[in-house]
Design a binder for this molecule. Structure first.
Ligand SMILES: NC(=O)c1ccc[n+]([C@@H]2O[C@H](COP(=O)([O-])OP(=O)(O)OC[C@H]3O[C@@H](n4cnc5c(N)ncnc54)[C@H](OP(=O)(O)O)[C@@H]3O)[C@@H](O)[C@H]2O)c1
Length: 258
């Protein structure tokens, strides 16, 4: 398994929390010598901690911590400026995991102020679109280079859920955006991958804020029920999909799919 993904430049947004941290550590094991991993979130401290853990897993891996806000132009620009270029690159792997829930205390009829929603689209839609465009532009097709873009999706992309209008809409729109990318760029492998429920930071926040009593209780139960599938299992499945590379480009694959 070690080195099975080849000499890779991996870019992981939203790498400060459990799922993507787990993904980064498992991914590192599959990269060939000479690979580089760019990890991003706004929190430099958590990125440094992850970087040290990655160093224990793979001493030969170049890890770059980029703590920037992806919701703004300056942040995106900075990410591109520091992008390493490992020689004889075999794989470019861009994984979009950064995201937010939006205001889960409001129903659609409560969103009367456009400013409340436009900031949400900036991070959750505009940023993955423009970042993908810039990174693919910076690494154009070349013989021997496989380019893969992964959108971390959710069941909410396909199933509506009360009070989660921004999140559901954003995830559905992102799925479509990446399907279009797959149509437009046949040389790029594109995947929307939905992990199962994650017993991490997003859920307590959600359980506290949501006014939907039934959902709040379900989420609280989820926090106390440690029999949930471990998030490294979700990450492992994604890496297996990438390694097998037989998925239809642009597809939405859920962890629970057969
Ligand atoms: N939670 C679930 O049950 C669940 C289920 C299915 C799918 N998912 C999806 O899986 C992914 C991870 O979910 P999660 O629960 O792990 O979310 P999370 O804990 O809230 O992590 C979100 C990540 O995005 C980063 N981020 C937020 N705003 C940012 C900004 N402006 N610029 C740069 N980075 C930013 C956060 O880091 P900083 O705050 O340090 O910047 C964090 O690393 C998400 O795409 C989510 O939609 C989650």
């Amino acid at each position: 398994m070690e080195g099975s993904l080849g000499r890779t430049l991996g870019i992981l947004t939203g790498a400060s929390r459990a799922f993507n941290r787990s993904l980064a550590l498992l991914l590192a094991q599959r990269l060939a010598s000479g690979s580089a991993l760019v990890i991003n979130s706004r929190n430099y401290g958590t990125l440094r901690t992850l970087s040290k853990e990655l160093g224990k897993v793979r001493q030969d891996l170049q890890v770059l911590c980029v703590s920037i806000d992806l919701g703004c132009e300056a942040g995106m620009k900075q990410l591109l400026e520091v992008m390493p270029r490992p020689p004889d690159l075999q794989r470019l792997l861009l994984i979009h995991d950064a995201g937010t829930l939006g205001d889960v205390s409001k129903k659609i009829v409560d969103f009367t102020d456009p400013a409340d929603v436009s900031g949400y689209w900036a991070l959750n839609m505009t940023s993955p679109l423009c970042l993908t465009a810039r990174i693919l532009g910076a690494f154009p097709p070349s013989p021997g280079l496989k380019r893969t873009v992964v959108n971390i999706s959710s069941l909410c992309a396909v199933k509506p859920s009360k009070l989660w209008s921004l999140y559901c809409t954003g995830k559905a729109a992102r799925n479509m955006m990446f399907r279009v990318l797959a149509e437009e760029e046949p040389s790029v492998r594109v995947l929307s991958y939905a992990p199962g429920p994650l017993d991490i930071e997003m859920n307590p926040e959600l359980a506290q804020k949501t006014k939907d009593l039934e959902k709040s209780q379900t989420l609280s139960k989820l926090r106390t029920c440690r029999s949930q599938v471990d998030w490294s299992v979700y990450a492992q499945k994604l890496l297996d999909l990438l390694e097998e590379d037989t998925f239809e480009s642009g597809a939405h694959i859920d962890f629970f799919d057969e």
